[in-house]
Design a protein around this ligand. Structure first.
Ligand SMILES: Cc1cc2nc3c(=O)[nH]c(=O)nc-3n(C[C@H](O)[C@H](O)[C@H](O)COP(=O)(O)O)c2cc1C
Length: 446
C-alpha cells in the first residue's frame, strides 16, 4: 500500500510522475476547454461542466430556514460561474437532521428557498447574461444513524451493522432498550417516505431544476441499500426491497428532474456495505450499483457518484492532506483514492452513456483539477466535474478558468479538513483558510 503523502508538487510534471510511480493512469488534458462546454439534461441547458458539490453550511435557524450565510454562500457560487449548483443536504424531517442548523425543506421554509433560487439566478444572469442559467439541484436527506437534531447523536438505525455500530462509540449496538439508537420499523420508514415525497414536490415549487434523493455516506437511504440483514422488512433483504424506498420516491408524478447522489462503493465488506463483492472481501463490485442505475435510468437522468461512509473513513470520499482534528493519516496515498473514484464513475458513465454522471473527489488536486477534469470528460468518464471543498475555498474557480484558462494556486483548497471540523463542532461550516467569514473559526453570523 502506497504511503499517505501531502500535496507538495511544484508542477504538473511532478504530479503526473507521482501517479505513474503509483501505477495510476490519471486522465489528463492540457486544454481545459471541455470544462466550459454546455450540456443538456432533459432539455435544460447547463452552461458548463463545473459543478458545486453539496456542502452543508450548518447555518440555518432552528426551523431549517436558509439565512444570511446561505444566501452569501450560494451567491458566491453563482458569481463564480459554476454551471451546476448541487445544494447541500436539506432534511425532510426535523428528527433526521444532522445538526440543529441543517437546512430543512418544509412548507414553512418554502418561500425562503424560492427567494434563494431566484437570488442565485439573478446574480448569474447579471454577471454572465441570460444564456448562463445555473442548473440547480436540491439534495433531500434523512441522516439516519448520524442524526443529531439537537446537537447530540440520536441515531435512527435500520440495519444492525456491526462495522458502523453506534456512531459516537463505533461499538457494536449494545442493547436495543438503550435510549439511543432508535431502531426504525417499517412504519417509521413509511413516515420518512411520505416526507420525502412531499420534499420532491416542494423542491419543484421552490424553483429547482432537479431533486436529489440522496443515497450515500451512511445516511438512512444508503443504509437501506446495504440492509441485507433486514429480510423481515419491506425495505430490507432482497434487492427489490432494499431499493423500494428509492423506487417509490423517484416514481412520484412530480415533473421535476430526478437525481441520485449514490455511494458507488463503500470499502466496507459485504454484507455491511454496498457496491462490494458478495464474498466478504474488500473488493469493489458494481453489480448491484449497475442494476440499480439500469432500473432507474428511464426516470433518473442525473447521477452524482461518491463513495463510503465519511464518519468511518473520510478519506474514501474526500482524499485529504490533514484529517479532522489531526486524525492519523490513512494508510493510502490520496491519488489512489482519487483514481478509485474516477474509475468507478468512468465505468458507470461508459455503461450508461445516455445518462449524466457527476464525478467527485478532485479538490486534493488543487490547481490541476481542471486538467484532470478535462481529461475525464475527454475520455467520457463523466459528464460533470464536481467540486466540494474547493467550492468553499475557491468559488470563482470557473470564472478564473473562463478568464485565464487556469487557476490561481493561492486560492486553492488545501484539504486541511477545517470545514469538516466546523461541521463536527456544530458551528457554521466554510473555508477557515481562504474565506474571511470563517477564518475566526466558523462562529460568525449564523
Ligand atoms: C463540510 C462538508 C460538508 C459536506 N456536506 C455534504 C452534503 O450536504 N451532501 C453530500 O452529499 N456531501 C457532502 N459533503 C461531501 C462533498 O460533497 C464531497 O463529496 C467531498 O467533499 C469530496 O469532494 P471534494 O474532494 O471536491 O471536496 C460534505 C463535505 C464536507 C467536507
Amino acid at each position: 500500500m502506497a504511503k499517505h503523502e501531502k500535496f507538495r508538487f511544484k508542477s504538473a510534471d511532478e504530479l503526473r510522475a507521482k501517479s505513474r510511480e503509483l501505477g495510476i493512469e490519471l486522465p489528463w488534458s492540457d486544454s481545459v476547454d471541455l470544462l466550459l462546454q454546455p450540456a443538456v439534461i432533459q432539455g435544460i441547458r447547463v452552461p458548463n461542466r463545473l459543478t458545486v458539490q453539496p456542502m452543508e453550511g450548518f447555518d440555518s435557524d432552528e426551523n431549517g430556514m436558509p439565512g444570511e450565510l446561505a444566501f452569501r454562500r450560494y451567491g458566491r457560487y453563482a458569481a463564480g460561474g459554476s454551471g451546476m449548483i448541487w445544494f447541500e443536504a436539506a432534511s425532510v424531517l426535523a428528527d433526521g437532521r444532522s445538526n440543529p442548523h441543517q437546512l430543512m425543506i418544509t412548507d414553512e421554509t418554502l418561500d425562503q428557498f424560492k427567494k434563494l433560487t431566484q437570488h442565485i439566478r439573478n446574480i448569474a444572469a447579471e454577471k454572465y447574461g441570460p444564456d448562463h442559467r445555473p442548473f440547480l439541484v436540491l439534495q433531500l436527506t434523512h441522516s439516519g444513524r448520524y442524526s443529531k437534531p439537537g446537537g447530540d447523536f440520536q441515531a435512527k438505525i435500520f440495519s444492525d451493522n456491526p462495522i458502523l455500530g453506534v456512531p459516537h462509540t463505533r461499538q457494536p449496538i449494545p442493547d436495543t432498550r438503550h435510549p439511543i439508537p432508535i431502531f426504525y420499523s417499517d412504519s417509521d420508514i413509511d413516515a420518512v417516505k411520505a416526507a420525502y415525497i412531499h420534499g420532491v414536490e416542494l423542491a419543484e415549487l421552490a424553483g429547482f431544476d432537479a431533486v436529489d434523493v440522496k443515497a450515500c455516506h451512511g445516511y438512512l437511504l444508503h443504509e437501506m441499500l446495504y440492509a441485507f440483514d433486514r429480510s423481515d422488512s419491506r425495505y430490507g433483504g432482497s434487492f427489490e426491497n432494499r431499493t423500494s424506498f428509492l423506487r417509490e420516491v423517484l416514481n412520484t408524478p412530480s415533473k421535476i428532474i430526478k437525481a441520485v447522489r449514490l455511494s458507488g462503493f463503500d470499502l466496507i465488506p459485504y454484507p455491511n456495505g454496498f457496491g462490494m463483492k458478495n464474498d466478504g472481501s474488500d473488493v469493489i463490485d458494481p453489480l448491484e450499483v449497475k442494476k440499480l442505475i439500469s432500473e432507474f435510468a428511464p426516470i433518473v437522468p442525473l447521477w452524482n457518484i461518491t463513495a463510503g461512509v465519511p464518519r468511518l473513513a473520510a478519506h474514501v470520499g474526500r482524499p485529504y492532506d490533514r484529517g479532522a482534528f489531526n486524525a492519523p493519516p490513512p494508510d493510502e496515498h490520496p491519488l489512489i483514492g482519487i483514481e478509485r473514484l474516477i474509475r468507478i464513475t468512468g465505468e458507470l458513465q461508459r455503461a450508461f452513456p445516455g445518462l449524466s454522471f457527476v464525478g467527485t473527489g478532485y479538490s486534493w488536486l488543487r490547481q490541476y483539477f481542471p486538467n484532470v477534469g478535462a481529461g475525464i470528460l475527454e475520455k467520457k468518464m463523466a459528464t460533470f466535474i464536481g467540486l466540494g471543498r474547493s467550492s468553499f475555498a475557491y468559488p470563482d474557480a470557473p470564472l478564473d478558468l473562463m478568464n485565464h484558462g487556469k487557476l490561481d494556486p493561492k486560492k486553492n483548497c488545501i484539504t486541511c479538513s477545517k470545514c469538516t471540523e466546523f461541521m463536527r463542532l456544530n458551528v457554521p461550516a466554510g473555508c477557515g483558510v481562504r474565506d474571511v467569514q470563517y477564518k475566526a473559526g466558523g462562529q460568525n453570523g449564523r
